[in-house]
Design a protein around this ligand. Structure first.
Ligand code: C5P
Length: 280
């Protein structure tokens, strides 16, 4: 292991995760669902910083620090502990998280933070492990965490942890994220699925022909999601309007930044949380 420089501070971004499509295939006997999804990531996200510390600590700051919580069950801290255990080291790290991603919002905020912690501490502790090794730890932390380790557009199957390439390059595409401020827990939305398998995702399929099969169940829990989708459609100019993950955040993909900004101005009248960003 490399020696650490005293006082060294490192930063890692935790890009927000979006699902450009999310098809549900079947409920498994372990309670999880087999899914097929197109993961994408945005320039917008949280930021995780680490400095030398005595033991492991985490301070959460930023707009969504309140709902994210400072607790020991924070997924970034669990990731840090899991990495230290796997590496057989005593974890010394003072972590600081700038929490910008809304919580329980379908943007994989906790998963993004956990994945950022794995990448950051892999560097900070001088492990320099291959990504495959981080992915194994990530899969134990949550279904979306492996994709967040990669943080680039990819195809996901299994629980979401079986990753493959997605052939269409989407880097730089403007995207508007809109969240109506209703927290939606993932478990109940999966549980509300009608269990009709409407078919899988063919690699490279036109995104507009794909679906988010969790939309109806999310709307049943948070009816405002239907309103967000309608407002984004009516704002015009988008190639794709879709709910992300289990909601309530919805996304609109645009051909250019000007179209994104025009739609954002229309949506802003509703007073919902929103951010204009681009795909990584
Ligand atoms: O894997 P993760 O802890 O993020 O999942 C949170 C919850 O979402 C699970 O407890 C499960 O209820 C549900 N889930 C599911 N099928 C998946 C992923 C998550 O049913 N593929």
């Amino acid at each position: 292991m490399q020696a650490r420089e005293p006082g060294k501070m490192l930063t890692e971004s935790a890009p927000a995760k979006i699902n450009l499509a999310l098809h549900l295939r079947r409920r498994r006997s372990d309670g999880y669902h087999e899914i097929e999804t197109v993961f994408a990531f945005t320039r917008f996200g949280d930021t995780l910083t680490v400095a030398a510390g005595d033991g492991l600590s985490l301070v959460v700051e930023g707009e969504f620090a309140g709902p994210a919580g400072q607790g020991a069950d924070n997924l970034a801290l669990r990731a840090a502990r899991a990495l230290a255990d796997a590496a057989g080291i005593a974890p010394d790290a003072a972590l600081r998280l700038e929490k910008r991603i809304p919580v329980a919002a379908g943007l994989g905020g906790g998963s993004a933070d956990a994945a950022a912690a794995l990448r950051l501490l892999d560097r900070f502790w001088g492990l320099d492990w291959p990504e495959e090794r981080l992915l194994t730890i990530a899969a134990r932390l949550g279904s979306d965490v492996p994709a967040c380790v990669v943080s680039r557009t990819c195809f996901g199957a299994g629980r979401g942890e079986v990753l493959g390439p997605w052939p269409t390059v989407l880097t730089g595409r403007p995207v508007l994220l809109v969240n109506p401020g209703v927290a939606v827990s993932t478990g109940p939305v999966f549980a509300g699925w009608d269990q009709f398998d409407l078919g899988g995702i063919v690699a490279g399929a036109e995104l507009a022909t794909l679906r988010n099969d969790m939309t109806a169940a999310a709307v049943a829990i948070a009816p405002v999601v239907a309103e967000v989708l309608a407002v984004l459609q009516q704002a015009g100019g988008a190639d794709l309007v879709r709910m992300s993950g289990s909601g309530a955040t919805c996304l609109a993909l645009f051909p250019d930044a000007a179209a994104c900004t025009r739609a954002a101005a229309v949506v802003a009248r509703r007073g919902w949380w929103q951010t204009e960003t681009e795909l990584l």
